[in-house]
Design a protein around this ligand. Structure first.
Ligand SMILES: Cc1cc2nc3c(=O)[nH]c(=O)nc-3n(C[C@H](O)[C@H](O)[C@H](O)COP(=O)(O)OP(=O)(O)OC[C@H]3O[C@@H](n4cnc5c(N)ncnc54)[C@H](O)[C@@H]3O)c2cc1C
Length: 404
C-alpha cells in the first residue's frame, strides 16, 4: 500500500470520526480523499463505552468552569464547544439529542452503539477510507504534506489531523505512546494525571465500609482550599471512594499536592436540623449508647465509623462530625481505570480557533490529545468533537470548500 490522500486523520475515536464526517459532508472532500488511520481493529471502540453505553455526547450547560488545563486555552475550549452548537449539529446528521434534568445530552435512543452505527454509515456513504490496525509510528514532513508510517505501511497526505487521544483507557487503544509522534515538531507534553477516576484514600476513615453507598454532599479540598462540591452518591470501596460524586470531584483533585475530601452526610438536613434530630432522639431514647447515636439516620456501619473516628460526645459535636467527615486522598486507581487524561500536548503550540499546530503547517491537533480535560457529564466528548469540527472546517476553507 502506498497512497496519497488529501487529509489523513490519526485515530478513529470520537474526534477522528467527526472530523472525517465534517470534511466529507455536503459537497466536501470526495470519496477516497480522506482516510482514518486507527490502530485498533475497529473504530469508535471507546465511544461504545461512553455514558455507561448510553453515549453522553454533550451537555447543555457548558462554561469555562467545566474545563481544566492551561486556563486561557480552557476558556477558549468552552467557547469552541458553545460555538459548535452540537445539538443542532447532531440533528443535522440525523442524530437527535435529548437532555436529562442535569443537562446531559444523549442520543434519544440512549444507545451509544446506535450513534456509532449512524456515524459508520455516514463514513461509508461519504467514501471515507478507514484503515484499521494501522498504528501510526512516525509523522514526517515531505514535499506538499506528510508521510505517516506504521511498521508495515505508509501513506501521504496534504493535511493531518492528530486525534489520537490521551493516556486514559489503555483497553481502548489510548496508552499515551502517541504523544511522541509530535515531538519532532517541537510539541511538548505537560505532566499527565488520570481524571474522572476512583480515588484511593487513607484506610482508617473507610474501614469496614466497602460496598456501602450513601447520598452525601462531598467537597474537594487541596489543603485548606475548597475546589468544589457536589451532592450525589458516595460509594465506599476497599481502596477508597467512588460513585458519581467522586468521578466529578476527581477532575479537580488528581493533580493536587494535598488532596482530601470532606463528606457532609445527611445533606437534606442542615447542621441545626441534624442537632435537633439527635436531641429529639436522645430525649425519646435516653438509654441509647454513644456508638448507636446515628442508628436509623445513616447506614449503621457508616454511623459507627463516624462516631469511632471522632472525639465527639455532645450532640453538637456529633452533628459537626456528621457534616465534616474529612478523608485524605492518597492516590487514584490509575490511567487504566480513568475516563480522561488530565494534561496533554501543551496548548501554547496550538492555534485556539483552528487547532493547527503553530510549528507545522497543515498539521492539526484535536481532542483529548491536548492539555484540555473536562468535567464528567458530556464535556469531554463535546470538546473532542467540537475541536475536530473546527479543524475540519479550517481545512475545507483552505481548499475553498464551503462550510455548509
Ligand atoms: C469508559 C469511558 C466512558 C466515558 N464516558 C464519557 C461520557 O459519557 N461523556 C464524555 O463526554 N466523555 C466520556 N469519556 C471520555 C471521552 O470518551 C474521551 O474524552 C473522548 O473519546 C476523546 O476523544 P478523542 O477522539 O480525542 O480520543 P479517543 O476517543 O480516545 O480516540 C483516540 C483514538 O486514536 C487511536 N490511536 C491512538 N494512537 C494511535 C496511533 N498511533 N495510530 C493510530 N491510531 C491511534 C486510539 O486507538 C483511539 O481509537 C469516557 C471515557 C471512557 C474511557
Amino acid at each position: 500500500m502506498n497512497k496519497n490522500y488529501k487529509v489523513a486523520i490519526i485515530g478513529g475515536g470520537s474526534a477522528g470520526i467527526f472530523a472525517a464526517i465534517e470534511l466529507t459532508r455536503v459537497n466536501g472532500f470526495k470519496p477516497g480523499e480522506v482516510v482514518i488511520l486507527e490502530k485498533n481493529d475497529r473504530i469508535g471502540k471507546k465511544l461504545l463505552a461512553t455514558g455507561n453505553g448510553q453515549g453522553n455526547l454533550t451537555n447543555k450547560n457548558v462554561s469555562k468552569d467545566n474545563y481544566y488545563g492551561e486556563k486561557e486555552f480552557a476558556i477558549k475550549a468552552a467557547k469552541t464547544v458553545i460555538n459548535a452548537n452540537l445539538p443542532e449539529y447532531f440533528y443535522s446528521i440525523s442524530m437527535p439529542i435529548s437532555f436529562d434534568k442535569e443537562g446531559r445530552g444523549y442520543p434519544v435512543s440512549k444507545q451509544a452503539s446506535a450513534v456509532l452505527d449512524i456515524l459508520r454509515e455516514r463514513l461509508f456513504y461519504c467514501g471515507v477510507e478507514v484503515l484499521t490496525e494501522f498504528n501510526v509510528q512516525k509523522i514526517q514532513r515531505v514535499k506538499d504534506g506528510y508521510r505517516l508510517s506504521s511498521s508495515s505501511s505508509e501513506i501521504f497526505a496534504k493535511y493531518v489531523i492528530a486525534a489520537f487521544g490521551g493516556k486514559a483507557g489503555k483497553n481502548f487503544g489510548t496508552d499515551g505512546t502517541a504523544y511522541s509522534l509530535l515531538a519532532p515538531f517541537n510539541h511538548k507534553v505537560t505532566p499527565l494525571f488520570p481524571s474522572l477516576v476512583q480515588l484511593k484514600t487513607e484506610k482508617e476513615k473507610i474501614k469496614g465500609l466497602s460496598g456501602l453507598k450513601e447520598k452525601a454532599k462531598v467537597f474537594a479540598y487541596d489543603g485548606e482550599k475548597c475546589l468544589g462540591e457536589i451532592t450525589g452518591d458516595l460509594l465506599f470501596t476497599d481502596y477508597g471512594v467512588s460513585g458519581n460524586t467522586i468521578f466529578y470531584l476527581s477532575a479537580k483533585l488528581t493533580d493536587k499536592k494535598s488532596p482530601k475530601i470532606k463528606v457532609e452526610f445527611l445533606p437534606e438536613f442542615s447542621i441545626s436540623e441534624t442537632e435537633k434530630l439527635l436531641n429529639d432522639k436522645l430525649k425519646n431514647s435516653p438509654f441509647i449508647k454513644r456508638e448507636d447515636y446515628l442508628l436509623g439516620l445513616l447506614n449503621k456501619k457508616i454511623g459507627e465509623r463516624i462516631i469511632k473516628n471522632s472525639n465527639a460526645n455532645t450532640v453538637k459535636e456529633i452533628a459537626y462530625a456528621i457534616k465534616n467527615y474529612y478523608i485524605s486522598v492518597t492516590g487514584n486507581t490509575g490511567f487504566n481505570y480513568a475516563q480522561v487524561t488530565k494534561g496533554g500536548i501543551e496548548t501554547s503550540g496550538i492555534d485556539e480557533i483552528t487547532y493547527e499546530s503553530k510549528y507545522a503547517k497543515n498539521l492539526f491537533i484535536v481532542g483529548e490529545a491536548l492539555n484540555v480535560d473536562g468535567d464528567c457529564g458530556g464535556y469531554n466528548l463535546s470538546f473532542a468533537i467540537s475541536s475536530a469540527l473546527s479543524s475540519a472546517r479550517e481545512i475545507k476553507k483552505r481548499e475553498n470548500i464551503d462550510n455548509i
